[in-house]
Ligand binder design. Structure first.
Ligand SMILES: Nc1ncnc2c1ncn2[C@@H]1O[C@H](COP(=O)(O)OP(=O)(O)OP(=O)(O)O)[C@@H](O)[C@H]1O
Ligand SMILES: [Mg+2]
Length: 288
């Protein structure tokens, strides 16, 4: 998406956003001065060490947390208004499906709550299950599906009410590399087909580079944005793009951003340089 369109038509706008949690052992600055514009149709990944505020940022957008400072708008509304308008679907890290409901009835749950008619519900459920390639599995229970299929079902549930923003918090973090590759490929195809705005949290550098139009690099203590990298890789992106020099160059910039965040964190000087974050997945980039 070009910069002019993005400025004209932002899906999410954060300005000097802050959130300090009042924990028992003192305040935790989970987000500090976070300013970011996510344009409509952008695919933005958030990467950074554990505890840097990625989930907190998504939860603020979804009106599940209340910022303690700054401004935040979602489709030009306050997060609370956007929530009432069902402006977004939220995909949690674990699939969070009800085991006693079939896949079809899990996906239709938000539609039931919103009062859609039975006919409308079944039409929508069939459509989104087809989008995530789960047609024919409506009648199965979550425990009869593989982990990757359950994640796809939870994506279908987030898509069911056709919100134009998708908030995805490490949706593929628990899956093996092969399943993850396949779901990355499918997600990119879904994004291309639907033009949705996606905010995607990940710990994987290759995943962030493969999927995104922009990559937001964050650092902890307090949670800040240290770099926003525009991804110059063209679409379509076959999985093989990950072996190209252009891809490796973007990955290198993400890694440098993560390192800079770590160094500035230690320069703030509370308890010495933190170790490399073991949760950041760099495999396939260094060829380790
Ligand atoms: N409800 C809460 N009360 C107090 N502190 C909290 C609360 N929720 C989050 N935090 C703190 O805020 C910081 C940011 O947490 P957050 O969950 O956003 O991190 P994250 O970047 O998503 O980490 P991870 O990669 O491990 O999921 C952490 O230090 C965390 O301990
Ligand atoms: Mg998190």
């Amino acid at each position: 998406m070009n910069a002019a369109a993005e400025n004209f038509n932002p899906a999410i706008e954060a300005e000097d956003l802050r959130l300090t949690f009042a924990a028992a052992d003192g305040p935790v600055r989970a987000l500090d001065d976070v300013s970011l514009t996510v344009g409509k149709g952008d695919f933005v990944s958030f990467i950074g060490p554990s505890g840097c505020g990625k989930t907190t940022f998504l939860r603020c957008v979804a009106a599940l947390e209340r910022p303690t400072g700054g401004r935040l708008s979602v489709n030009g509304m306050t997060p609370d208004e956007a929530r009432r308008e069902r402006a977004y679907g939220y995909v949690f890290q674990s699939a969070a499906l009800y085991p006693w409901r079939t896949i079809g009835r899990n996906v239709s749950l938000p539609l039931e709550i919103m009062g859609f008619s039975k006919a409308e519900r079944s039409e929508r459920v069939a459509r989104v299950l087809e989008l995530v390639e789960l047609s024919g599995f409506e009648g199965r229970y979550p425990w009869q599906l593989s982990g990757g299929m359950r994640q796809r079902a939870s994506i279908a549930r987030a898509l069911a009410f056709d919100a134009d923003i998708l908030l995805m918090d490490e949706p593929f973090g628990a899956l093996d590399e092969i399943v993850r590759d396949h779901l990355n490929d499918q997600l990119l195809e879904l994004w291309t087909r639907t033009g949705k705005t996606i905010c995607f949290v990940t710990h994987s550098i290759p995943e962030a580079v493969y999927l995104s139009t922009r990559i937001v690099v964050m650092s902890p203590r307090p949670g800040r944005i240290t770099d926003v990298i525009a991804n110059p890789l063209p679409h379509p992106r076959p999985l093989g793009v990950r072996d190209t020099p252009e891809f490796l160059e973007v990955a290198r910039r993400v890694r440098a951003g993560l390192r800079a965040g770590r160094d500035s964190d230690s320069a703030d000087g509370d308890d010495g340089p933190p170790p490399a974050d073991p949760s950041i997945r760099d495999r396939g980039v260094d060829g380790e």
